[in-house]
Design a protein around this ligand. Structure first.
Ligand code: HEM
Length: 403
């Protein structure tokens, strides 16, 4: 927990930039901060302060810097008056470090590889069709987020990881409560304990009834001594709390982006060879990763003549790095034919996104399925999407469409 006093700095602490209301963003301040104050002090909506790094080169280095660790979402920000034992202690894969983390990454590299994900494409497409079948024949306008984009990544994740999809009614509200532990500590602690119990029981079941899934793969790795039980549990917990949310936000923003630009949806529908590049560009352009990655310094770090002290929180803003004009020509513009696209959406270094190939496959299949099943998809006139404007990273909560 952070006990280091706040460093004294010259320029004022600013409120964490938020996207303009009713939009996915990005916040308007990115450009100014990159130019004038690449390492700013920001106050987060939850009250704590952190360093906010916005330039591509800085973000690229910081996110892979071993002097920065990932504090547990229940340990940071520090809450005055809470003893360490009070915290719900939600340990996911991101908080694992050193040999345990490396062993778990090794054990999971095969099932998350490009080849394995490619072999799963038919299953991923079946999940999309299963959700779109009733949608296509339903009433218009229909809500594409609630009926398709929200459940789709959960269904895909459950199938690949080996979590019964029917159980999502049980774990989704608990995952929300665990993540909301910052607000309601008691509820968060209870939810975390229940999610843990659920994963422990599921791993046990995989021992008795093995399947063709990632948890079974981990159970075998455990039996061979390649990973320990705690690591397997933290992977399961990571999937329950983080294996689908980001995908949902990206998919909702991607579909909205295409439908809001005249001709973009139809162009991609009719030129499918552009899809791989377009998916990369959407991943770069969509600003969901606005201060989502929180790091904490374990030693002092000098940057731009300032000292990030041990204990300080650092937010490498991936979404701002992805718009940096020094790296991306017309960084704020969407160019579905962009070829050179070294975006940082999946992070970098030891903790980079292990699900990146899966996330790409989900976006590709989501768009292909929509092009095939709803070729005339369009935003429903007079029915605006609903946004939750408090959040630093945003996607529409509803997306009324006609087809
Ligand atoms: C568009 C969708 C996604 C985006 C943009 C995304 C982005 C990220 C980023 C930036 C990180 C690194 C965080 C850090 O440095 O601390 C990360 C980590 C991670 N992601 Fe993703 N992610 C996505 C989808 C997924 C999916 C579908 C899965 C799995 C089902 C997944 C599983 C993970 C895991 C387990 C980690 C932690 C890796 C580690 O600590 O070693 N992600 N993700």
């Amino acid at each position: 927990m952070n006990t280091t006093p706040e460093p004294v700095v010259d320029d004022p602490v600013i409120d964490m930039p938020l996207p303009p209301p009713g939009t996915m963003g990005p916040p308007e301040e990115y450009g100014r901060l990159r130019a004038k104050c690449p390492l700013a002090r920001v106050r987060l909506p939850i009250g704590a302060t952190a360093w906010y790094a916005t330039r591509y080169e800085d973000v690229k280095e910081l996110v892979a810097d071993s002097r920065l660790v990932r504090p547990s979402i229940t340990d940071w920000p520090p809450r005055p008056g809470h003893a360490p034992g009070d915290e719900p202690g939600l340990i996911t894969m991101m908080e694992l470090e050193g040999p345990e983390h490396a062993a778990l990454r090794r054990a999971l590299s095969e099932p998350f590889s490009v080849r394995s994900i490619r072999n799963r494409l038919p299953q991923i497409r079946r999940a999309a069709d299963r959700l779109l079948d009733p949608f296509v024949s339903g009433d218009q306008p229909g809500d594409l987020v609630v009926r398709f984009i929200e459940p789709f990544p959960v269904m895909v994740m459950c199938d690949l990881v080996g979590i019964p999809y029917e159980d999502s009614e049980y774990f989704l509200p608990k995952a929300d409560a665990a993540l909301g532990a910052i607000l309601t500590l008691q509820e968060g602690r209870e939810a975390t304990a229940q999610l843990r119990e659920y994963i422990v029981a599921l791993l046990d079941r995989k021992r008795r009834e093995p399947g063709d899934d990632m948890l079974t793969h981990l159970v075998r790795a455990r039996e061979q001594g390649a990973v320990d039980e705690e690591s397997a549990v933290s992977f399961g917990l990571s999937m329950l709390v983080a294996g689908y949310r980001t995908s949902t936000m990206f998919l909702a923003d991607a579909v909205l982006t295409l439908l809001s630009r005249p001709g973009a949806y139809a162009h991609l529908r009719d030129h499918r060879q552009l899809l791989p590049g377009a998916v990369e560009e959407l991943l770069r352009y969509i600003p969901v990763m606005n201060g989502v990655v929180v790091l904490q310094a374990v030693e002092d770090i000098e940057l731009h003549g300032r000292t990030i002290h041990a204990g300080d929180a650092v937010l490498p803003v991936l979404a701002s790095a992805n718009r940096d004009g020094d790296v991306f020509a017309d960084g704020d513009g969407l160019d579905l034919c962009r070829t050179d696209n070294p975006h940082l959406t999946f992070g970098r270094g030891a903790h980079n996104c292990i699900g990146s190939h899966l996330a790409r496959a989900q976006m590709t299949v989501c768009l292909e399925a929509l092009f095939d099943r709803l070729p005339e998809l369009r935003l429903a006139e007079g029915h605006d999407p609903i946004w939750e404007d408090e959040s630093p990273s945003k996607s529409p909560l509803t997306l009324p469409v006609n087809w």
